[in-house]
Design a binder for this molecule. Structure first.
Ligand code: SF4
Length: 382
């Protein structure tokens, strides 16, 4: 009972190797969408960690989930390791709009307390074979009828209000495909944020590509957005051109100008950027880029590549554990030096932290419990 399991090791390992579900877990796993999907929310001591369970590589994982009494336990090579829980099915999933759209097709809960939606589930880049981000599954949820193509501001407001009232969600992340080459969808996002804020007091993160006219960012803030994600994905232009060719036409320098403006408008560390490890960029380049972001008040939301079924990168292996650990340690140190944790962010992916191992690496800030999880007694399998 006094033994402990190293939390950093477990989070990194689970996110790159996935876990097999040896039980039907009665909550809905994400499938498709924009960003890192195909994951299920695992709860360790109250903190959510998104773990791939449907990706091909998860079938060979040494980790599995199995029932233990009335709960669940993680096993490694068949040996029980630590307890794990799963969020209950949200109550708002049972509702539909007046015109018959189920609320769960409009927004879903990620982890314990985040509401998430892809406001526009189509993308001018994804629609072109040449321009598509090779890792992105934005069109897949639509094919699976897990969502609808465009959510209206009124629909989002209605679902957000219900999710707060019925399920106690605490923040809302709204992402979108890129819908044009000018404002990139930011103005539509502003309308959505305004409608949600009029319906319910809920911190909101918005995510889109940098708009042409950076003054649009102020309109988005004034509409009610609290935090913003502008996702560079990689600092290496050669990697960007290979993996995200459409987005790569917006240069890294343009992103830095957008970051600067966004920090001015939203405040330090209310701006973040997904940085995906495993696209081919060197660790040195990633660490140097993250240092520059942290210096300018941007939170580098470092995640491992978790290949999504049905995408061009579905068979690419996630990055090795040593690589992830090295990058997490370096970035955690930069953040610690400035006294910054993911909880500085008011809303969205950074605040949630579930898709990244970073919260586990920032000393003592993982849900206030430090770096270790208890190993508990589990009954042998019968
Ligand atoms: S980090 Fe973002 S994408 Fe991942 S579970 Fe949290 S809100 Fe969802």
């Amino acid at each position: 009972m006094n033994e402990k399991i190293d939390l950093e090791e477990l989070v990194v390992d689970l996110q790159i190797r996935g876990a097999r579900l040896e039980v039907p877990v009665a909550s809905i796993g994400r499938r498709g969408g924009a960003g890192p999907t195909d994951d299920k929310a695992f709860l360790f001591d109250g903190q959510t960690v998104m773990v791939p369970t449907m990706a091909g590589f998860a079938t060979d994982s040494p980790y599995a989930v199995r029932a233990d009494g009335s709960g669940f336990v993680i096993t490694r090579h068949g040996e029980p390791l630590t307890p794990v829980a799963f969020p209950d099915r949200p109550r708002f999933y049972a509702l539909s709009t007046a015109d018959g759209v189920p609320y769960w097709q409009i927004a879903v809960r990620h982890g314990a307390d985040v509401l998430a939606t892809t406001v526009v589930q189509t993308c001018i880049r994804w629609n072109s074979d040449a321009d598509r981000c090779r890792f992105c599954g934005i069109g897949i949820s639509l094919r699976n009828k897990a969502t609808i193509p465009v959510k209206t501001p009124a629909q989002l407001a209605e679902v957000a209000e219900a999710a707060v009232r019925l399920d106690g969600v605490r923040h809302f992340v709204m992402t979108m495909g890129t819908i044009n080459e000018t404002d990139k969808g930011a103005l539509y996002m502003a309308r959505c944020a305004r409608a949600v804020k009029a319906a319910v007091d809920l911190p909101i993160e918005v995510q889109f590509e940098p708009p042409d006219d950076l003054d649009v960012l102020r309109q988005v803030k004034e509409a009610g957005a609290d935090s913003i994600g502008l996702h560079l994905e990689s600092f290496d232009q050669e990697v960007r051109e290979r993996i995200l060719p459409g987005k790569a036409r917006t240069s890294v320098d343009t992103y830095y100008r957008a970051f600067e403006k966004a920090v001015d408008v939203f405040g330090e560390y209310q701006v973040s950027s997904y940085i995906i490890v495993g696209l081919g960029e060197s660790s040195e380049s990633i660490i140097a880029g993250c240092e520059r972001l942290v210096d300018m008040g941007v939170f580098p939301f470092v995640v491992p590549l978790r290949p999504i079924l049905g995408t061009e990168m579905q068979d690419v292996p996630p990055p090795p554990r040593e690589v992830m650990e090295g990058i997490y340690r370096a970035v955690a140190e930069m953040l610690e030096r400035r006294g910054v944790t993911h909880l500085v962010s008011k809303a969205g992916c950074t605040r949630c932290g579930a898709c990244s191992g970073l919260p586990a690496f920032v000393q003592g800030k993982f849900n206030g419990n430090g770096r270790q999880l208890p190993l508990v007694e589990v009954r042998p399998r019968t």
